[in-house]
Design a protein around this ligand. Structure first.
Ligand code: NAI
Length: 250
């Protein structure tokens, strides 16, 4: 199997760091021109843009808070003006704001939902508008094993990721006949800044729960994202696929 994304335009939200960075790099190396969306990590996104361009690929860092409808509108206006098409959307931007349920504030709840769920909704709606005009496209949503495996202090996060899986499934059913495929990936514990505190606190305990006995690498999630973003996975529709070393299977 050879994946060739030459001529395609991809948007990766939160694409300058961690899993998003790996997705941007992988899609670019497969030939796609990548818009690296970032919010606060300008340096990381601009460095990645340089790295991809230095390798002969196409990339552009673009700042937008995905939870802000106005900023998302402006980003899509930029994409329409600059590239005139969008073939791949990777809804990767996400945050955690852990708290035990009794002490969780409404702000903890709504801010996580604003980024993890409203963000994909706002971006997908505008991406689908472009994809319908082009006759198709692919959306890959980066959810989490937390959608299926409970974790203390993560009711807000788990609900947002469970919601993202349900959103992917319903959207896929609605849009598959138009040539737009939506799927989700469910990473387990992946070595990024986000999981660092929990990996530092309880590495031994966590590794005992993971049949593969190691944490995942961002590139391993990106490989699945690239497969789902390519024609090689054309008959996979509305699925949520784990990349978690067996965590959710055990
Ligand atoms: P990270 O914290 O390294 O990266 C998150 C990215 O999202 C950053 O680039 C950040 O700037 C961006 N971001 C956050 N809020 C944003 C906003 N409002 N607008 C635009 N960008 C925003 O985290 P990591 O690990 O790379 O996470 C990527 C995705 O993978 C997230 O959706 C996360 O929930 C998910 N995930 C991560 C796991 C892990 O173990 N690292 C496990 C399961 C899921």
């Amino acid at each position: 199997m050879k994946i060739d994304l030459a001529g395609q335009v991809a948007l990766v939200t939160g694409g300058g760091r961690g899993i998003g960075r790996a997705c941007s790099l992988t899609l670019a190396r497969l030939g796609a021109t990548v818009i690296i969306n970032y919010w606060r990590s300008r340096d990381a996104a601009e460095e990645l843009e340089k790295e991809i361009v230095g390798e002969g690929g196409g990339a552009r860092a673009y700042q937008a808070d995905v939870s802000d409808p106005g900023a998302v509108d402006a980003m899509f206006q930029f994409i329409r003006q600059e590239y005139r098409r969008l073939d791949i959307l990777v809804n990767n931007a996400g945050i955690v704001q852990d708290a035990l349920l009794l002490s969780m504030t409404l702000q903890d709840w709504t801010s996580v939902h604003a980024t993890n769920l409203n963000g994909p909704f706002l971006c997908t709606r505008l991406a689908v508008e472009m994809m319908l005009r082009q006759g198709g496209g692919k959306v890959v949503n980066v959810a989490s094993a937390s959608a299926h495996v409970g974790g203390r202090g993560q009711t807000n996060y788990a609900a947002s990721k469970g919601g993202l899986v349900a959103f992917s499934r319903a959207g896929a059913v609605e849009l598959a006949r138009k040539g737009i495929r939506i799927n989700a990936v469910l990473p387990g514990f992946i070595e990024t800044d986000m999981s660092l505190p929990v990996r530092q606190q309880a590495a031994g305990k966590l590794l005992e729960r993971i049949p593969a006995r190691r944490f995942g690498r961002a590139g391993e999630v990106a490989n699945l994202v690239a497969f789902l973003a390519s024609d090689a996975s054309d008959y996979i529709v509305g699925q949520a696929i784990a990349v978690d070393g067996g965590l959710s299977a055990s």
